[in-house]
Design a binder for this molecule. Structure first.
Ligand SMILES: Cc1cc2nc3c(=O)[nH]c(=O)nc-3n(C[C@H](O)[C@H](O)[C@H](O)COP(=O)(O)OP(=O)(O)OC[C@H]3O[C@@H](n4cnc5c(N)ncnc54)[C@H](O)[C@@H]3O)c2cc1C
Length: 517
């Protein structure tokens, strides 16, 4: 049996590893000149400065069973203080691995955090696994309910709401502490007032205490390289964009590349955005309602990325950000909401809320001696009428605001608009980092539709993984693995059970590599 995987992002590579390990013939077809998708690093500014192109901090890799079982042998960097959120008065709140240190940083609001962690930290791993696992996560949810007892319902209510409501509840009305929590929710692209943003903010910070927000020493490329190495036996064809999925006799029979080449296959696992899949599927391949659902899949706001090569560390006014791996720049809760609302209304925020990565503070492989790299993005609309220079100026005004003297350190910078992001990786439709908005109607079984949420499609031989499927974006590989499980079950149910057993015993067979650039 020959399986074609569309897209060599980490989900495509995870799928290829399992398919090849199972003895199937696998070809991964990738649009870009190299594999990795949104998990790569590049020397975007000056020689010797290593910049993570998209994903940078990967707590979900740390908790994901799909990644952990691969035992990739990566050297992780996992700082004791991962995050700081500075304010205009020169103070900051820090998120430490240690709960007590975090509570101290929160001041009066610290008691609320300590109480919340007292309850949630013991169930951090099962909670994260329930969020990541295939739907419906019946056994895991039952175990959680048992562990949390009466508090379970209360936490379900809090997590389902907005991060603003959750923060004001946990921190007894403290708006600065709530801004600190909302800063983490902004990784999802959801505004602090959006339903479900509470779950994103809380889960990310909870996992920080339980696992950290690690990043690979040497850059995200290290992770992709390790996956490619493990995908031995799979053929990975780069510069091979898929133009169409070919359907014959009511089932998938292969794909056609943009150069006109037909690649035959018995099954296809698509890992690209729902809208890209809708485009490459012939009319009538899926029931009309489902095809339309993929076609109208909604993007969230998109990161405008700026990478910097700096002559020294960022001169933050507050002490904590000088040490933290991640800094959330945005100030007060109202400002975070305003930036998110403007971006959603199609306006580039005057004061964008920024995610700032200072990997080189903790990983000296990222920049030449004495120098530093800086990773920055802020959410903007996919389409707007400012130039990249103008957007970058707003980003830099924000950095200067909290780190006076920042501009004087800039040796070089590389900007990337949402449109450029999509040109490089067409699966990041509208430049959206999440593979589709995380609003409630695109979550859980609605990601992207009840019929597809478990990685099968009604078209025989077609499986769907990637960030547009449950559990969404981030580097966790769960949907790549889930699609393979579905395919194996369809092929020979008994074999799938045996294979699951083999994985549980950590004996993924190794195959020979056949990487064709
Ligand atoms: C700026 C930014 C910052 C992020 N930060 C983080 C972070 O810190 N932590 C985190 O966990 N996640 C982060 N993410 C999200 C995360 O990177 C992605 O959700 C994840 O990498 C998606 O993996 P994937 O394999 O599903 O898709 P992708 O990695 O997007 O892979 C899809 C692949 O399909 C290819 N492709 C597209 N169309 C075709 C076609 N027609 N034919 C063949 N190939 C095609 C693309 O070139 C791409 O290689 C970030 C994303 C962005 C954009």
């Amino acid at each position: 049996m020959r399986v074609l995987v569309v897209g060599a992002g980490h989900n495509g590579l995870v799928a290829a590893i399992h398919l090849a390990a199972h003895g199937l013939e696998v070809t991964v077809l990738e649009h870009a000149p190299r594999p990795g998708g949104a998990a790569t690093s590049v020397e975007a500014t000056l020689p010797g400065f290593v910049h993570d192109h998209c994903a940078a901090f990967v707590p979900m890799t740390a908790v994901s069973p799909a990644m952990r079982e691969l035992e990739l042998g990566i050297a992780w960097v996992n700082p004791a203080m991962v995050l700081a959120h500075p304010f205009d008065d020169g103070s900051a709140i820090a998120l430490h691995r240690d709960v007590a240190a975090t509570a101290r940083s929160l001041g009066e609001a610290g008691a609320g955090w300590a109480a919340a962690m007292d309850r949630l930290l013991p169930v951090a791993t099962p909670l994260a696994e329930a969020v990541l696992s295939r739907l419906p996560p019946v056994r895991r949810s039952a175990r959680l309910a048992l562990a949390l007892r009466r508090d379970g319902l209360e936490w379900a209510r809090r997590l389902a709401g907005s991060v603003e409501a959750l923060g004001l509840d946990v921190f007894d009305g403290d708006r600065r502490a709530t801004a600190w929590l909302a800063g983490s929710a902004q990784h999802s692209g959801l505004p602090p007032t959006a339903t479900m943003s509470g779950a994103f903010g809380m889960l990310l910070q909870l996992v920080e205490h339980s696992h950290g927000w690690p990043f690979p020493r040497g850059g995200m490329q290290t992770l992709t390289d390790a996956l490619v190495e493990r995908a031995q036996g799979a053929e990975i064809r780069c510069d091979a964009p898929v133009e169409a999925i070919v359907v014959r006799g009511g089932r998938v029979s292969g794909v056609r590349l943009v150069n006109g080449e037909d690649v035959p296959g018995d099954a296809v696992i698509s890992t690209v955005n729902a809208r890209v899949l809708a485009r490459v599927l012939p009319a009538g391949a899926l029931p009309g309602r489902l095809h339309r659902r993929l076609h109208i899949w909604r993007s969230g706001t998109a990161p405008f990325k700026v990478d910097y090569a700096l002559s020294g560390p960022v001169p933050w006014a507050a002490a904590e950000p000088r040490e933290a791996a991640v800094v959330h720049v945005g100030g007060e809760l109202e400002e975070l909401s305003q930036a998110a609302d403007e971006a959603r209304r199609g306006v580039v925020p005057e004061r964008p809320a920024l995610v700032v990565g200072q990997q080189s503070l903790h990983d000296r492989t990222r920049a030449p001696d004495g120098r530093h790299s800086l990773y920055v993005y802020g959410h903007v609309p996919a389409r707007h009428d400012l130039t990249d220079e103008q957007v970058a100026a707003r980003v830099e005004d924000q950095l200067e605001r909290f780190a006076p003297g920042f501009r004087a350190l800039v040796l070089a910078r590389a900007t990337r608009s949402p449109a450029q992001t999509e040109r490089e990786n067409p699966s990041l439709v509208d430049g959206d980092l999440a593979g589709g908005s995380y609003e409630l109607d695109q979550q859980l079984v609605f990601r992207p539709a009840p019929e597809l949420a478990r990685y099968r499609t009604p078209l025989r031989g077609l499986y769907m993984a990637g960030a547009s499927t449950h559990p969404g974006g981030a580097v966790h590989g769960m949907s790549g693995r889930g699609a393979v499980t579905a395919l194996l079950r369809d092929r020979r149910p008994a074999e799938a059970v045996m294979y699951g057993e083999c994985r549980r015993r950590r004996s993924l067979p190794r195959q020979r590599s056949a990487l064709t650039p």
